[in-house]
Design a protein around this ligand. Structure first.
Ligand code: ADP
Length: 592
């Protein structure tokens, strides 16, 4: 998957979902916080307004109580200055007790009979609250004194005469500022709105005198141009967005409470910043957590994906390598099989050639042997005839001599036959103590005919006593026959034909065969199998004689080598001497 679809398919929808959840959490959190804010604001406001109501109640109660005070009611009749003084003193003391601005006792026409202050209340006779008192009820009002510009609460309690008719009233004025004083500690901006929609009291002085127009999004200050404001509903809550100065919240929860007893509406503006902060915090935490886990999940997925990709790449590479290796393996196996087949074929060919070599040697030998056997046979016939003739002539000694010669001939023949048999069954011959002189003699016996036929001059001074070496008699015989035959072959066309054989007995026993042939053409190759300079196929070489001899001599722990002397070739066979003191005649095989 490429990067772009991943973004569009996963990340963008995820961020949108997170934004949606964040917005929902913010809204829900805001609503919750506003609920809490409203509860607290309402409690604050109730406390403030409750205080106000009880303050006003105090003035009201005082007015009612004083209205019936005899010192004051007496003022309706003829009054002495003394009575006037008493009445004034009473009113001053009463005003001091409650903190009222002024207390007056007036007659039914609104004329002040006695007052805690010299000033008379403005427009009293025409005021509603006084009229109400004259009607026998408690009259209350609030307003701004024109002379002092003070905001005052006004109360008028009727004073009844003995006849039960209203004869006057006790008028009490309370300064709103005094009442407000108790509100200052409140954190929440609380204000009282009168029936005209004007702020009459507040614990934020900058709000005083502001007027709202019902159904209009505008606030009118006591002086200056109206200020527009936004009113928004968040659930059941009303939020005002307005700039009313540095000490009032810009965005506030507006709370209201009707105060029918004083004919006004209490209101409060509670700063919603903490609610927004809490909501933002909650939304931020949720969004943060979602983003964190989303990022974690995304990274994990990415990591897993990249691991999977790497794995797939690796597996692909492994599969590729495996395929290559399998191919190589197959090729190798095929090669091995081919090599094995070639080796087997070679071995078969070698075995056949060795067999052919043996047969050839056997042929050569049998030619010599038949000649050898023929000679004694002819002699035996001759000696037998002679023996018969001597017996007829009654010469038994001579006949016995002839018989003795016949016996000698028969021995010679049986020796030749034994040699032949031994040559054929050489394979499993055990190693042991062998007299090399005897071996050479036997070999010469078998090749004697050939040498004599070729006119080879044999120089062989056999040591007088046996020279014992470690080896196999038949196989050593094979080696010697091969060396002698090779020398004879080499000297076929030589003018001088001499073969010298010698045995040296030392640390090693060394047999030397030196001929007067043309010498070796390639001395480093003569021991290689199938190396031959002779004509192949005919009676001549197969190139196996020396390689077989090499292997045989080595198997006895000896060494064979060939070199040129300048006047021919010399072959040396070094053998391990037999160390045992007692010679074992049993080891001798085919010995005459
Ligand atoms: P083959 O006699 O069948 O050729 P050999 O292994 O016996 O096999 O000899 C290998 C070759 O060594 C001969 O073909 C010949 O060239 C060389 N060789 C062996 N003996 C002699 C020697 N006495 N004089 C010269 N060359 C020799």
């Amino acid at each position: 998957m490429s990067r772009k679809p991943l973004w569009t398919l996963i990340i963008v929808p995820f961020i949108l979902a997170v934004a949606l959840i964040g917005g929902t959490v913010w809204h829900y959190g805001y609503r919750q916080a506003l609920d809490r804010l409203e509860r607290r604001g309402t409690a604050d406001m109730s406390l403030v307004l409750g205080g106000l109501v009880s303050d006003l109640q105090r003035y009201r109660d005082q007015a009612v109580a004083l209205a019936e005070h005899p010192t004051l009611t007496a003022l309706s009749a003829v009054v002495t200055p003394h009575q006037m003084d008493r009445a004034r003193t009473l009113l001053i003391a009463a005003a001091d007790r409650t903190g009222a601005t002024a207390l007056y006792f007036v007659d039914a026409s609104g004329n002040v009979l006695a007052g805690s202050q010299p000033r008379t209340p403005e427009g009293l006779a025409q005021s509603d609250y006084f009229t109400r008192a004259m009607d026998g009820a408690l009259g209350t009002a609030h307003g701004i004194e024109t002379a002092t510009a003070r905001r005052v609460f006004q109360f008028a309690a009727p004073s009844f005469g003995n006849d039960g008719r209203v004869q006057g009233a006790l008028v009490a004025l309370a300064d709103a500022e005094n009442v407000e004083f108790g509100w200052r500690g409140s954190q929440t901006a609380v204000f009282l709105v009168d029936n005209a929609g004007r702020v009459f009291m507040s614990n934020r002085s900058e709000l005083l005198g502001w007027r709202g127009v019902p159904g209009d999004q505008v606030l009118i200050p006591p002086e200056g141009a109206p200020v527009g404001f936004a009113r928004k509903k968040v659930g059941p809550h009303e939020i005002w967005q307005v700039d009313l100065g540095p000490y009032l919240p810009r965005r506030a929860l507006r709370l209201g409470q009707d105060l029918p007893r004083i004919g006004m509406t209490g209101a409060a503006l509670v700063d919603v910043a903490p609610a927004r902060q809490i909501a933002a915090l909650q939304a931020g935490a949720v969004v943060g957590a979602l983003l964190f886990f989303g990022a974690l999940l995304f990274l994990t997925q990415e990591r897993r994906r990249s691991l999977a990709r790497a794995n797939a790449r690796l597996e692909g590479r492994v599969a590729e390598r495996t395929a290559t290796l399998t191919q190589t393996n197959l090729a190798l196996r095929r090669e091995v099989r081919e090599r094995q087949e070639a080796e087997a074929a070679l071995k078969r060919a070698q075995a056949e050639l060795v067999q052919a070599g043996k047969l050839r040697a056997l042929g050569q030998m049998s030619a010599g042997i038949s000649h050898e056997l023929n000679q004694p046979l002819m002699a035996i016939r001759q000696f037998a005839a002679n023996g018969g003739a001597f017996l007829q002539r009654k010469e038994p000694e001579k006949a016995a001599e002839n018989l003795g010669r016949i016996d000698e001939m028969a021995h010679r023949m049986s020796r030749i036959i034994r040699n032949l048999r031994a040559f054929v069954r050489n394979e499993n011959e055990p190693m042991g103590q062998v007299d090399i002189v005897h071996v050479i003699n036997s070999a010469l016996e078998m090749t004697g005919e050939r040498l004599r036929g070729d006119g080879v001059d044999l120089v062989w001074q056999a040591p007088a006593r046996p020279v014992w070496v470690r080896g196999g008699e038949v196989r050593l015989g094979q080696v010697m026959i091969n060396l002698i035959t090779n020398a004879a072959d080499a000297m076929t066309d030589s003018a001088q034909k001499r073969l010298e054989i010698s045995v040296e007995d030392g640390v090693q026993v060394t047999v030397r065969l030196r001929d007067t042939g043309p010498g070796i053409e390639e001395p480093e190759k003569i021991f290689d199998p199938f190396y031959s300079t002779k004509l192949v196929g005919a009676d001549d070489g197969m190139g196996l004689g020396l390689s077989i001899s090499y292997g045989l001599v080595q198997s006895f722990g000896g060494r064979i080598s060939g070199a040129n002397t300048g006047s021919g070739a010399e072959f040396t066979v070094a053998l391990e001497p037999w160390a045992d003191a007692a010679p074992r005649g049993a080891q001798r095989e085919g010995a005459a």
